[in-house]
Design a protein around this ligand. Structure first.
Ligand SMILES: NC(=O)c1ccc[n+]([C@@H]2O[C@H](COP(=O)([O-])OP(=O)(O)OC[C@H]3O[C@@H](n4cnc5c(N)ncnc54)[C@H](OP(=O)(O)O)[C@@H]3O)[C@@H](O)[C@H]2O)c1
Length: 246
């Protein structure tokens, strides 16, 4: 990744012609009845400490992490690698301590004081081209804002990320973003942590919404691993034959 610094924040110039889209890992925790949060303003913890540490390891192995704009508004996540040892290992191998942060927005309703924009990590915001100028002015040096045409086409987003040298992309949610990536058929690996309880609230967000999925009763995903992490069940599926980058 060719990085330059402007105003203290990392920036990476896209290099046209790098055609491979990133390897996409989709990671999510849900209740046993398929909800990824409840309907209250507080964040619902759907995992245990050991599983959060596993997710931290996956973040540390990634070049960039994606969350939807609504997750930024609702959860105000920092998306940093928490473990000092993992941060140091990344730096020793010539990478920034924490992966790049990526979000998608159509409305442009993002607050520059959100934790997502709080450090000098490379931060990329993808939006329709019509919203780019206003959003870039509002976010200033907090992020690079990239317009990708009339609608938010994921293949254009992934192409741009690939051109910026992002080889391994972790998609963390929420529901609309997970639905978009899965229905677009651009996910290579799915990690689903299932919490040992029910949410049971029709107002709460589900893992995914309605859509046309490639994986059906006649074309199923390949379950490659199941692990008990305390009472949390971790299911790992392969959705493509692509190899994860080393
Ligand atoms: N359990 C977990 O692992 C986990 C992880 C992350 C989040 N969550 C939860 O998920 C919930 C949020 O889910 P959500 O579905 O409401 O929101 P979301 O997926 O976080 O964000 C959706 C927003 O992303 C933007 N967007 C633009 N283009 C898009 C595209 N092509 N596909 C999808 N999104 C696009 C839009 O932003 P604009 O509205 O700005 O146009 C859209 O409203 C929260 O409750 C959060 O806590 C759970």
């Amino acid at each position: 990744m060719e990085a330059v610094r402007r105003g203290g924040r990392r920036r990476v110039r896209p290099v046209a012609g790098r055609t491979d889209r990133p390897y996409v890992l989709l990671s999510c925790a849900m209740s046993v009845d398929g909800f990824i949060d409840d309907a209250t303003p507080e964040r619902l913890l759907l995992s245990n400490a050991a599983d959060f540490d596993r997710v931290d390891g996956e973040r540390a192995a990634s070049d960039a992490i994606v969350v939807g704009a609504n997750t930024i508004r609702r959860e105000n996540p920092r998306l940093a690698v928490r473990s000092p040892a993992r941060r140091q290992a990344r730096v020793r191998s010539g990478r920034p301590a924490t992966p790049a942060k990526v979000t998608l927005t159509a409305s442009g309703d993002l607050d520059p004081s959100a934790n997502f924009f709080a450090d000098d990590t490379l931060t990329l915001v993808y939006c329709p081209s019509s919203a780019r100028a206003d959003l870039a002015t509002r976010l200033g040096d907090h992020a690079e804002v990239i317009g990708v045409g009339g609608s938010l086409d994921l293949s254009a987003v992934l192409k741009d990320l690939g051109e910026r040298g992002i080889q391994r992309l972790m998609v963390e949610g929420g529901s609309s973003v997970l639905t978009s990536f899965l229905t677009a058929g651009v996910v290579d690996e799915l990690h689903l942590a299932v919490a040992p309880f029910f949410v049971g609230d029709a107002e709460a967000p589900r893992f995914v919404g309605a859509g046309r999925y490639r994986w059906t009763p006649t074309e199923t995903m390949r379950l490659v691993d199941t692990t008990a992490i305390g009472d949390v069940a971790l299911l790992r599926y392969r959705l493509s034959d692509r190899e994860a980058p080393a």
